[in-house]
Design a protein around this ligand. Structure first.
Ligand SMILES: Nc1nc2c(ncn2[C@@H]2O[C@H](COP(=O)(O)OP(=O)(O)OP(=O)(O)O)[C@@H](O)[C@H]2O)c(=O)[nH]1
Length: 393
């Protein structure tokens, strides 16, 4: 992957993902946490504003100066609490950062009057502002570039205020150095924190993506395995069990019936004069007829019964837990259904019958081929004596 195509690349300066979509995904992921942290910061901020108001009252009494400062603090506290109350409903306000930035800049503007109204603590005011700048970086969750914008506004405002009071360049430079310290410290500390958080998110996203790919691969392999198993066990033309599978099913059912003391019968069906049908409708028409027979047999039998394709136009039917009399009824039902169900081959109706032979599996027979030898003889008899009938051997 080239550097520019890497969606996890983080800008060194602003500690944000270069890819806007990834940055959006990160902020959406962090939104609940950011909203929670911001709420706490806002409540602390609002309470501090009110506490400072009490201190102003103590120092200034009920003077005009106090009322102006109190008005500024009350307005700022109201805005801070309003955002804190809005956050649970609109957590997106925390992730975008614009609302917090507007609040920070308003806060800095409303903080300034104290510098003019209480000249006795002007130096302390500048130091408090420096602390506020540091707190903005470290405790108020916001995007780094937006916090830097707020800090730049704060520094400019205080420097202009100092200048407007007619103080010398040395004082202005001193204030600038004092302000730079928290801004630089806060900037680099936040930059590191944001970079680490985004790296963690990148690792989390990569792990999630790898997990998704893995799940897809597992599903693909499962389907492939199922398909391979289906191909290994079924006849591709009719979808019926192939010889290997019905021989295995015979052994299993034979064993189960033996344990449970129940009977098991095996039947064979051979389509009558199938060669003629092939000759008349072509090989494709013959295939269509074979699929029709497979569907018909499967639909007329019980779930536990087994239908397989022996080869060509011959079918095998295993009837577990079934005695000869019942098996004969079942097979006769198949014969009649085949005779009666309309079969359309290549759009034309065509009559199709089959000769059936069936037998009970004897105690001595453990392999289907032993039973089939006898069943096959019955089939031969049925063909010779007119076809379209059920022979019990
Ligand atoms: N279309 C198609 N025909 C098949 C397939 N397998 C075997 N056949 C055809 O089935 C026909 C079987 O013919 P025969 O064994 O002579 O038997 P029949 O014509 O059904 O005559 P009887 O069994 O005596 O009633 C042959 O023409 C084979 O080519 C197959 O998969 N598809």
């Amino acid at each position: 992957m080239t550097e520019s195509a890497n969606p996890y690349r983080i800008s060194r300066l602003w500690a944000e993902f270069v890819d806007p979509a990834m940055e959006r995904a990160y902020r959406l992921h962090m939104q609940p946490l950011l909203a929670r942290h911001l709420r706490v910061a806002l409540w602390v901020w609002g309470c501090l504003l009110l506490a400072f108001g009490l201190q102003d009252l103590q120092a200034l009494g009920m003077s005009d100066e106090f009322l102006i400062l109190a008005g500024c603090r009350a307005l700022q506290a109201a805005l801070v609490f309003a955002l804190a109350l809005l956050l649970p409903r609109y957590p997106g306000l925390a992730a975008s950062g614009y609302a917090v930035t507007a609040l920070e800049i308003t806060g800095l503007v409303l903080f300034l009057p104290i510098y003019f109204l209480r000249p006795d603590i002007a130096t302390i005011t500048v130091m408090v502002l420096a602390l506020m700048l540091l707190a903005m970086f470290l405790f108020v969750p916001n995007r780094l570039k937006l916090t830097l914008l707020s800090a730049a506004v704060g520094v400019t405002l205080i420097l202009v205020s100092i200048w407007s009071k007619g103080l010398g360049a040395d004082v202005i430079i001193g204030a600038l150095i004092l302000m730079s310290l928290p801004v630089v410290t806060g900037f680099f500390a936040t930059q590191q924190l944001h970079t680490v958080q985004r790296r963690q998110f990148a690792m989390y996203s990569q792990a999630r993506r790898a997990n998704r790919e893995l799940k897809k691969e597992v599903e693909r392999r499962r389907l492939l395995e199922e398909e391979l198993k289906r191909q290994a066990t079924t006849d591709p033309l009719t979808g019926l069990f192939n010889r290997r599978q019905y021989e295995m099913l015979f052994r299993r059912e034979r064993e189960r019936c033996r344990r449970q003391g129940s009977a098991i019968c095996v039947a064979m069906a051979d389509l009558d004069r199938f060669k003629a049908l092939n000759d008349e409708f072509g090989h494709d028409g013959g295939d269509e007829a074979l699929r029709h027979v497979a569907r018909l047999f499967t639909s007329k039998l019980r779930e536990g019964d087994v239908v397989g394709r022996f080869g060509g136009e011959e079918f095998i039917i295993l009837l577990p837990d079934t005695g000869v009399a019942e098996a004969e009824r079942v097979v006769e039902r198949l014969r009649q259904a085949l005779e009666e169900e309309p079969l359309m081959v290549a759009g034309s109706p065509c009559s199709l019958t089959a000769t059936f032979s069936l037998s009970l599996v004897l105690d001595s027979e453990n392999d289907i081929s032993e039973t089939l030898r006898r069943v096959d003889a019955g089939l031969y008899r049925g063909k010779r004596s007119g076809r379209n009938q059920v022979v019990v051997v």
